[in-house]
Design a protein around this ligand. Sequence first.
Ligand SMILES: [Mn+2]
Length: 585
Amino acid sequence: MAGMIQSRYRWRLPILPDVDPGLRAAADDRGIHPRVTQILAARGVADAAGLADFLGPPAAGLGDPRLLPDAERVVDRIRRARAVGEGVLVFGDFDADGLTGQAVMVRALRILGIDAVPHVPSRLVEGHGLSVRAVERAKAEGRGLIITVDCGSSSPDEVDLARAAGVDVIVTDHHHVPARPLAAVAFVNPHRHDSVYPDARLAGSGVAFTVARLLLGELAGDADAALGLADLATIGTVADLAPVVGENRSIARIGLAAMREAPRPGIAALLERAGVRPKAVDLETVAFQIAPRLNAAGRVGEADDAARLLLADDVAAAAGAADLLEAANRLRREMLRDATAEAQAALEADPARAAAAAILLDGPWSPGIVGLIAARLAEERGRPAIVAARLDGVLRASCRSSGTLDLAATLGACSDLLIRHGGHAGAAGFEIDAERWEAFRERFIGLAEAAGPADPRRELALDLTLRGPELDFPLITGLAALEPTGPGNPVPVIGVLGMTVTRARAASGGHTQLTLRRDHDVVDAIAFGRADLATAVREGDRVDVAARVRIRRFGGYESMQLEIRDIASADAATADVGAMVEAPR
Ligand SMILES: [Mn+2]
């Protein structure tokens, strides 16, 4: 008897909601496959009206920007700046969300005829949040107003400093709102406890985009002019892993259409270097090609090149900036590869540290890449990871959650040990005196332990489970209704159960190709990065797979291909799936 094939993930079976009869009827009218309707319902489409919104014109899914906190104050202050010809300094964060949001804000102000300049902070010198240097620059240049993008909520001291220097500050942000109040002219953050804005899941660039809609609507009488900035907000939203649902999904639909049809020079230049045709751009392109290139400059050098690229209106300027980003991106990859290897070696040398409820590591790494190392460790080891860069007597750390621990709250419980901290539940950062690092490590691990045991196996959420023969072309093509997919709205993973392996062979690049028999025909499958399966899986094995399903078109023929995320001997990973599959809809 063949050996058992163990799943690598803990499969989370779908809990399919009862589909509202009105939704069922509306979906049937549109020819949507009933299984796809189930997925739509599981992802929050509640009724017929919800379906109409989901598939309708994306601009209808944007909220009323006048509902933003302090909307009136923003409009009044910008109206005054415009009337008196006052210069504005737009302060973004140095990551892709901050940079694209900054470009949105600068471009919107320039449409209004305002003299707006971007200030891109240096990650090394200025760090996160509004910087003293920017305040000094605004004062020196006679600019009476600073607008922050994607930061500022945790900068009350710098806001006070600006005020003392006679410079007003408008904070626009989406980060956690600390208790300490800000002396800002306006504080636009949908996470304010008194916010009535309908969708608080906007990224920093999404908040900037909504402010742009507000300003262009109220002061130029043309709210639609801001829709031309949705491509930038889309990049920031996806780069920040904000969920592509609700308003973010509307922004992404508008932004993707713009990038496909007429990408602005900077984006076109990046796509060309990534070897992606504009027509083929999707949110994976944004996440894995565009965003890393924008982030690279700020990680290994200064982010000015990325800001220049996003504000370029001619091809030559865009090309020059894109070449610099390309070089920075190559350097970032090399640095990350080396640093990750060092981090893994440190954990292998210290099994107790590797086994703790949270991974904490420090090293002589660039502050620009510690977040990337932490993300990889959290992903691989299924527990929160904190990776710190050693600077002069201070550690600057990035934290990534594996999904269970709220990092912003946990850091808040350690704030007496920290110089500064900020972030979200899933990703956060802080600075700490080197002498306090061990005390912090102990307390953080204690809090992580108290939050629950780490499961060594990560969870894989399935959207549907079905028997092999149930998989058909109408179902697969129907899944396109869910697009654009991205964080929070992932490509559906289907559990296809009870198939028989007829062939398994190694493919170049460390992959395995499988041929799987259903009742009367076979399906091709590929398991990327799973060279082990070529020997672990034998002809005749009965297997369940969790897979993305694609249609391949070749030589005028169409065939389906399973892109295997995980595999297990039939009924091993899904011992109780049988009942789910047969459950009435
Ligand atoms: Mn952000």
